[in-house]
Structures are given as C-alpha cells and as structure tokens.
Design a protein around this ligand. Sequence first.
Ligand SMILES: [Zn+2]
Length: 82
Amino acid sequence: MRLLIFAVLAYLLYRVLRSYFGSGQKITRTENGGVIDEMVKDPFCDTYIPVRDAKRRVIDGREYFFCSEECADKFQKEKEEL
Ligand SMILES: [Zn+2]
C-alpha cells in the first residue's frame, strides 16, 4: 500500500515538473513523445506557428517565418523604412 502511495506521488511530481519545464518549450510533442512540428516565431505579431504552416521569407539575408503573407509584407516594409 505504501509503495502505491509513493508511486502516485512520484507520478504527480513528474506531471508537475513536466508541465513546469514544458511551458517554455517551442516543440510540440504527441502523447508518445514524438515531435509533431517545430514552432517558429512570427517576428511581426509574436505568434508561434508550426514551421510547415509558416510563410518563409528571406529579408536582408536573414530567414524569417511568418503566420501570414500580410505579416511578412508589413515586417519587410518596416525593415525597409528603417
Ligand atoms: Zn503574424
């Protein structure tokens, strides 16, 4: 019986630690631990999008990922105006 309580506590601790350390992660994982997709940040609207759905654009020799063409256009325009 004591072992069961210990196991439950260990499991709860594991869940707490996992959610605590997992909050800052940019990689989404499935239940079995497989990577679904890498998340990239839209520098214009600060939104995280899966890399396969992101609009990729090279501006000033740097690679950026955007949630939409609109964000890419606005970001590029802003860069050019500087
Ligand atoms: Zn955006």
